[in-house]
Every structure is written in structure tokens, then in C-alpha cells.
Design a protein around this ligand. Structure first.
Ligand code: F6R
Length: 240
């Protein structure tokens, strides 16, 4: 596991370069994407690079990590909406090659096909992850099996509280989600994780130093052969 410490500005640029390098080596690369506040600057850098002609996503396929159960893709807090607004609408990707789990309708059927779809696309070449303050990656909350594939899950009170900042009221935050599993994530060939801020320090400690335990889902990444953890000083403070 490689660790890079720097400002959000710096690490977001470095992660964008990781993606650009993968795509420039393999134009039909399969990209694993995350939502949340953490990857926002990475996506802004990818949009910029695309507009400058440094990278093209025309032949890429993407798979997102998760989606809230109960939100339509048009809801402004759905992860489909987030991806369109922050990345897909601004780059040259073919929208039909962008996959975000569904949260309504026949979402279970789609969820059950997701890992096969990823495998059929050739597997994820590079996966970006954020991390929850409780150590979750995607929506794999503490206690999730390391063998999990894409599944439906209940969000913890901590995650609901953390994510309520984006909703008008905590009562509006969905309590369930569909998420790629820990095994699905470990199948990615390359993983980059971004964490900033003091409220991530405990999770980052568990990620880098902690025992490998299902109580700290991110700790499984210690077993992956190509992970780079990008953190700012605050998120790194307990490891130091
Ligand atoms: C989002 C996701 C989550 C977030 C995590 C951190 O697709 O999978 O695991 O990465 O909750 O969220 P932020 O970045 O908003 O602190």
C-alpha cells in the first residue's frame, strides 16, 4: 500500500493523472467511480484535461460504487444525478457506457447482474474510493463480509448523520443503499483512495495500520497489490 500526503488540491491532481495515464494507455479502459465530496476536485481535473484534449473518454466504460435505495436518478441527491452533474455531462463519454446502480424500480435485478456486467466489460482497470468516518468503502458498513459482491444494505446511523449535510433534513436521508461489495472492489486491478479532513483520521488509521477486520471494512485494502492512499495532513494525523 502506497501512501501520498498532500493538500486536497495536490492529491486531486495526482489522482486525476492516475486516471489519465490508465486511459491514455488503454482507450477502452473500465473506470470505477465514486460519489461524495472527496472526488469532486478529481472530477474537475478530469473535465479540464478532457477539454484541453489531454484525454478522451469516448471508448471508456464506467461503473459507480453505489446508489441510495428509493431515489430516482433525477433526484438531486441520487448518485446518478451527481455523476451527470459533476463528470459525465462535461466530458466526451458515451452516456450509455456509464453504469450507476439503480435505486428504484427493478433495482434488485440490476444489482444482481452488476458484478457479471463488470466482468463482461473486462474488469475495472482503476477504481477511485472515498472512505466513511466509520471505515466504510462504497456502502460496505462495518460488519460487511469481505466476500461480499454487489448487494443491498442498511446504512449506519453514523453514515446517515454524515450524509445529512447534503439533504434539507436528516429525515430525508435514505436508510438503505445498493453497493458494490468488498470482493467486487478488491477485483479492481488498481485502486486509489482519497481521504481529507480530521473526521477521516480514525478510518485512515484503520486502513493503513489497523488489523484486517470486518469491523473496519477499508482494512481489506491492505491485501490488495496495487493501492495508493491519498490523504491530507488532517486525515493522516493519527497515523503520524
Ligand atoms: C460514495 C461512496 C462512499 C463515500 C464516503 C465518503 O460513492 O462510496 O463510500 O466515498 O461516504 O464520502 P465523502 O467523500 O462525501 O466524505
Amino acid at each position: 500500500m502506497k501512501v501520498v500526503v498532500g493538500s486536497n488540491d495536490k492529491i486531486s491532481k495526482l489522482i486525476a493523472e492516475d486516471f489519465i495515464n490508465v486511459v491514455n494507455k488503454k482507450e477502452n479502459a473500465v473506470l470505477g467511480l465514486a460519489t461524495g465530496t472527496s472526488p469532486l476536485q478529481v472530477y474537475a481535473n478530469l473535465v479540464k484535461a478532457n477539454k484541453e484534449g489531454r484525454v478522451s473518454f469516448k471508448k471508456c466504460t464506467t461503473f459507480n460504487l453505489d446508489e441510495y435505495v428509493g431515489l430516482e436518478g433525477t433526484h438531486n441527491q441520487s448518485y446518478r444525478y451527481f455523476m451527470n452533474e459533476n463528470l459525465f455531462n462535461h466530458i466526451d463519454i458515451d452516456k450509455k457506457n456509464t453504469n450507476v446502480l439503480l435505486g428504484v424500480g427493478d433495482y434488485k435485478k440490476f444489482m444482481n447482474q452488476y458484478d457479471d456486467m463488470i466482468a463482461k466489460a473486462g474488469g475495472i482497470d482503476i477504481q477511485i474510493l472515498g472512505i466513511g468516518s466509520d471505515g466504510h468503502i462504497a456502502f460496505n458498513e462495518p460488519g460487511t463480509s469481505f466476500d461480499s459482491l454487489t448487494h443491498e444494505t442498511e446504512l449506519t446511523e453514523q453514515t446517515i448523520k454524515d450524509n445529512s449535510r447534503l439533504f434539507n433534513d436528516i429525515s430525508e436521508v435514505p436508510t438503505r443503499a445498493v453497493t458494490m461489495g468488498l470482493k467486487s472492489i478488491m477485483n479492481a486491478r488498481k485502486i486509489v483512495l482519497i481521504a481529507t479532513g480530521k473526521n477521516k483520521a480514525k478510518a485512515v488509521y484503520g486502513l493503513i495500520k489497523g488489523p484486517i477486520s470486518e469491523d473496519m471494512p477499508c482494512s481489506i485494502l491492505q491485501k490488495h497489490k496495487d493501492v495508493t492512499v491519498y490523504v491530507d495532513e488532517d486525515a493522516y494525523s493519527l497515523v503520524k
